[in-house]
Write a protein that binds this ligand. Structure first.
Ligand code: GSH
Length: 195
């Protein structure tokens, strides 16, 4: 049995959404980061955590990869060239999208107020716009990032796109905007957004 620890406003959304797409049963513990319930499973206090029969797995990408491999869906098989491309896209999104948004969050509300450097957000937005050009060049024709198969990086990219809009990071590439509009209509994601 799976239990997802983390509120839906966090990266836990990626994991909840994948479980809904897979159609496997799970429980949800909507604990906020750094709460006692979270620290009991992850000393870093970070979410999401996936409990697999009580054993914790941390980090959303590790969890998505575990679930997709275990259920043989939403991924290309390990050891294939398609999987190498999939993992490369995942890494690109973590480096250029997730990291920029997380850095902006740290300097908005995560770090102690006296350590925040608000000016960093302008350079992060500039980098984010530049990375979207690279993304647009790497995107397949759709409907998904890699073409006609939905894979792990779709969960990360869609989540980062919604996060960008909330954080005031403009979506500057039309291909990316169209992709996000399409992905947001997925019934599994709509179910999770309603939590
Ligand atoms: N690389 C991790 C990052 C996890 C993370 O930073 N989660 C945020 C919420 S989305 C958090 O728990 N922050 C609390 C903190 O950093 O203290 C992942 O992808 O799961």
């Amino acid at each position: 049995m799976y239990t997802v620890v983390g509120d839906v406003q966090s990266r836990a959304l990626r994991v909840l959404w994948m479980l809904e797409e897979l159609g496997v049963p799970y429980k949800h513990m909507a604990a906020p980061p750094r709460s006692e319930d979270v620290i009991a499973f992850n000393p870093a206090g970070k979410v999401p955590i996936l409990l697999v029969d009580g054993t914790p797995i941390t980090d959303s990408t590790a969890i998505l990869t575990f679930l997709s491999d275990r259920h043989g869906a939403l991924t290309f098989p390990a050891g294939t060239l398609e999987r190498a491309r999939q993992d490369s896209l995942t890494q690109f999104l973590l480096d250029e999208f997730d990291a920029a948004l997380w850095m902006a969050a740290r300097h908005s509300f995560v770090l102690p107020a006296e350590l925040r450097q608000a000016a960093i957000k302008d350079s992060l937005k500039w980098e984010f716009a530049r990375s979207q050009k690279v993304l647009a060049a790497r995107m397949a024709d759709g409907p998904y990032l890699m073409g006609d198969q939905m894979t792990v990086p779709d969960f990360i990219l869609t989540h980062c796109g919604a996060w960008a809009e909330v954080a005031g990071f403009p979506i500057t590439e039309t291909r990316f905007a169209n992709y996000l509009a399409r992905m947001e209509t997925r019934p599994a994601l709509e179910r999770v957004r309603a939590f």
